[in-house]
Write a protein that binds this ligand. Structure first.
Ligand code: KG4
Ligand code: ZN
Length: 329
């Protein structure tokens, strides 16, 4: 199964085979192209996908020592994402599948993310709870089995990654904000800046991060003029997000009776979040599973994997190459 991902600012291709696992995967990140604008510019993203995708597909075939004729199917990200960016992947994937006479399967990007931890050795059994934290989404999902998803909680405003990106901008840090904040937070003093843990004082599993951004803005006005102050704010912000996510994960596991948690999406690469969830798991006796770092952020391995599972489950693929920029899980 060839996987193709072009939903946002990463162009990616991967090859997955049910018997052998992940054969090859490659990602081209456009981060540097968008950095000057402080966020992703959709038109630039689409154009760069057009330029990079064919070479990436050839690259993974070469890495795996395969010809295109060996492919049994092509899985591509149908949505959600940027319409123009998605259409590049859709057109390429459908055309290649048509030419090779193999099925093309349109995949939900978030299904890809939440299955990514299962690409690792000793994957957890289902049912499980998935925490999906990326630049566009903050979801808690109950996964009863493959394709059986129930959203338990969602963000009512900003996504967790978006909060990292916006806070980074307030602190004068580059895009993407997550890694930059994590780095600056290392120099921050614990407890020096305490920010709210939004929506943890009432029941429920929804998230809200926009108020946190306002609290950061006030902290920057007060303390942001020197380097130590900015590091303290980065530290306080990261703690607030991590603690909020940990509280909701614990609640979701209690509420569903699940004993397994998987974490995915770009924010799932955050070392402090992993440390906190590992501690919680040890304390509460559940297991927690993460993808390797490069499969936390956008990639095509998760798309190829979801496609292979869908074909194995009897999905036939279709000729449709309409995209779904907004598409609930
Ligand atoms: O999953 P992803 O690559 O793209 C989306 O589908 O959104 O996630 C990107 C997001 C960005 O907001 C970025 O700031 C955040 O993940 N991120 C992190 C870290 N690495 C990436 N956030 C916190 N800590 C990190 N180490
Ligand atoms: Zn993503």
């Amino acid at each position: 199964m060839l996987g193709i991902e072009t939903s946002c600012d990463e162009t990616a291709a991967a090859l997955y085979q049910p018997e052998a696992g992940l054969l090859a995967h490659a990602v081209h990140s456009q981060v540097a192209d968008h950095a000057a604008y402080g966020g992703v510019v959709p038109e630039l993203a689409s154009r760069d996908h057009v330029r990079k995708l064919p070479g990436l597909v050839q690259g993974v075939l070469r890495d795996a020592g395969l010809e295109a004729e060996a492919l049994g199917g092509v899985a591509w990200t149908r949505g959600p994402g940027l319409p123009g960016a998605l259409m590049v992947g859709a057109g390429f994937a459908r055309s290649l599948a048509w030419g090779l006479d193999v099925p093309a399967v349109g995949i939900h990007h978030l299904e890809g993310h939440l299955l990514a931890p299962l690409l690792e050795p000793q994957p957890p059994a289902m049912p499980l709870v998935a925490l999906l934290v990326s630049g566009g989404h903050t979801l808690l999902v109950q996964v009863a089995g493959f394709g059986r998803y129930r959203v338990l909680g969602d963000s009512v405003d900003d996504a967790a990654g978006e909060a990292f990106d916006k806070t980074a901008r307030l602190l004068g840090l580059p895009y993407p904000g997550g890694p930059a904040i994590a780095r600056l937070a290392e120099a921050g003093r614990p407890g020096a800046v305490r920010l709210p843990r939004p929506m943890t004082d009432r029941p429920g599993l929804d998230f809200s991060f926009s108020g946190l951004k306002t609290a950061v803005l006030h902290a920057v006005e007060e303390r942001g003029s020197d380097e130590q102050g900015r590091a303290d704010i980065a530290h306080g912000f990261q703690e607030a997000v991590v603690e909020t996510l940990a509280i909701k994960c614990r609640r979701a596991l209690e509420q569903t009776g699940c004993r397994r948690l998987v974490v995915s999406g770009g924010v799932g690469a955050n070392a402090r979040l992993r440390e906190r969830l590992d501690a919680l798991a040890a304390e509460r006796g559940f297991s927690v599973h993460y993808p390797r770092l490069e499969l936390c952020t956008d990639n095509a391995a998760m798309i190829a994997y979801a496609g292979a599972l869908r074909l194995a489950a009897g999905e036939r693929g279709d000729l449709d190459f309409s995209v779904r920029p907004r598409w609930p899980l």
